[in-house]
Design a protein around this ligand. Structure first.
Ligand SMILES: [Zn+2]
Length: 204
């Protein structure tokens, strides 16, 4: 499988080096140097991984759009010590997309405005503010990727997985697409939601 990795930060870069040693068809580029359009390695890729030591929400949204358009598997991996957030893992329109994942976080977070501002800061400052990492962490993350590559991520599609780098414990959840999303979910407009019809029948 052809894999193209966008990396940002020392831990992310080390993970990409391990993947390159194990899978010769892996290419990588730093996010700051990334050219999304006219990138032959990206065009040839079947799987796109964005792995970053910091949040990079806007960049992931761009790659999510590209993956949707070109029908490529997309795996975002954001390191947020001591956790790593992997996903949502997108293989087709049956899986929730990255846009809906971000919308759901903001919908449920008690500090959504703070999150928005933090993400905006990192969007404008893509250089790494790395806190360092334990030497075992790159191989742990690369092993997770290699293990799931063997079955094309079919066991984890649509999921968001939080891996704790200290305890090595995983927590996973399924993202539900937002109504009206053109990339995932039922593809229905909000006004066609069932309860509105019930409301009209009951109160009109
Ligand atoms: Zn969506």
């Amino acid at each position: 499988m052809n894999i193209h990795m966008f990396t940002n930060g020392p831990l992310s870069k080390e993970v990409s080096q391990i993947l390159k040693k194990n899978i010769s068809t892996t290419t990588s580029i730093e996010i700051s140097e990334a050219i999304i359009l006219n990138n032959p390695d990206l065009e040839a890729a079947e799987l796109i991984v964005v792995i970053s030591d910091n949040p990079c929400v806007s960049f992931c949204k761009k790659i999510s759009d590209y993956s949707y358009k070109e029908k490529k598997i997309f795996v975002p991996i954001i390191i947020d010590q001591p956790n790593v957030i992997i996903g949502p893992i997108w293989r087709s329109a049956e899986d929730a997309c990255y846009h809906c994942y971000i919308d759901r976080i903001l919908q449920h977070s008690p500090v959504s405005q703070v999150l928005k501002e933090v993400w905006q800061f990192y969007d404008h400052n893509l250089q790494t503010f790395s806190t360092g990492y334990h030497p075992s962490e790159p191989s742990f993350l690369a092993s997770w990727l290699l293990g799931n590559l063997s079955n094309c991520f079919s066991d984890v599609r649509g999921q968001v997985i939080q891996l704790n780098l200290v305890t090595r414990e995983p927590i996973s959840s399924q993202v539900i697409g937002v109504h009206g999303c053109p990339r995932c979910g039922l593809g229905r407009e909000e006004k066609t939601r069932g309860y509105i019809h019930i409301q009209e029948e009951l109160f009109n």
